[in-house]
Design a protein around this ligand. Sequence first.
Ligand code: UDP
Ligand code: MG
Length: 334
Amino acid sequence: MLPKYSFVIPIYNEEEIIPELYRRLSIVMNRMDGIVELILINDGSRDRSLQIIRELHQKDPRVCYLSFARNFGHQLAVTAGLNFVRGQVIVILDADLQDPPELIPDMVEKWRQGYQVVYAQRSQRLKEGRFKRFTAYFFYRVLKKLADVDIPTDTGDFCLMDRQIVDILNSMPERARYIRGLRSWVGFQQTAIRFERDPRFAGEVKYTFSKSLALAINGLVSFSIVPLRLSTYLGLVAAVAAILMAFLVLYWRIFVPNSPLTGFTIILMAIFFLGSVQLVSVGILGEYIGRIYEEVKARPLYTLAEVGGFYHKSSNSTNNSDEYQVSVGDEGAK
Ligand code: UDP
Ligand code: MG
C-alpha cells in the first residue's frame, strides 16, 4: 500500500531532538486517516543523527530516510525529500519542533476544503532573538516588494502541499532552490494558517548567520531582477550628480577664487563615490552571473550515500528514486 501522507524533515546534527520529534510525530501519525510515511533526510550530520534514524527505520517501517554524502543545506535536503515522496499529501517541517506537528491535522482540513498549498504563517516570533526577529521581518518585507511572485511574508518552508504541486516542483530544473518562493510561483489555491513559532526544542540553531544571509540573497536574486536595475538607477543618479557638480565647480572657479571645495577634495569625493557605485554594481552583476554559472554546470543537486525504505514505487510521481531502489537493501547500508 502506498502512503497517503508524506512528512518530509531535513536533519542536520539533531541527535538530541530526533527521539522527541518522533514521539510527537507518531501521535499525529497515528491519528491520520491514511498511511503516513516519514521521510528523514540526513544532511551530512556529524553527530549520531544517522544512527538514530537507522534505528527508527528498523523499528518503524513508516520511517524512510535519505542520507547525503555531505552537508548540502536545508533547501536541498527538502528538495531530495520531495523527490522521493510517494504520498498524495506532503508536509514539510523542521526537525527542531519549531514547526509544531500538531498543526498538521488543521492543514489537512484546509486541503480537504480544496486548497493545494497550506503554508504556515508565523504570527509572532516572541521566543526568538531580537536580531533574528528584526532581520527576518525586514527581509520578508523587502522580498515582498521586489519579488515578481507574491511570496507571503513570515512564512518558512513549513507547509502542506498537494501531490500536484510537488510534481511541478520536482519537474523544475533550477538549481537555486528557494522552496518557499518556488511554492508561491506555482500558483493554484494557496492559503495560510497562523501559528506561533516555538523556540527550538534543543541544540543550536543550524542556520548560522551566513547561511541565513545566503538564503536571503538566494531568495532575492532568484525571484527578482530589480537589484540589477539598481545599478542603472545608481548610474543615472551619478550622472545627474556629475552634471550638477560640473556647474558648481565652474561657478566656484569663476566667482569664488579660493574655495576649499575645489581641486583635490572634489576629485577625491568623486573618485570614492564612483568607485563604490561601480563596485556595488559589479557585485550585484556577479550574483546573477554566478547563478547562471551554477545553472549551466548542471551538476546533480545532491549526492546520496544511503537510502532506507521506499520499497514501493509511486506510479504517478516524477521522482527519481527507482535508480536507488535496486541497489539499497533493508539496512540501506553500503
Ligand atoms: N538543516 C539542514 N541542513 C543545514 C542546516 C539546517 O538540514 O545545513 C535543517 C535543521 O536540521 C532543521 C532545519 O533545517 O531541521 C531548520 O534549521 P534551524 O532550526 O537551525 O534553522 P531556523 O530556520 O530555525 O533558523
Ligand atoms: Mg529552527
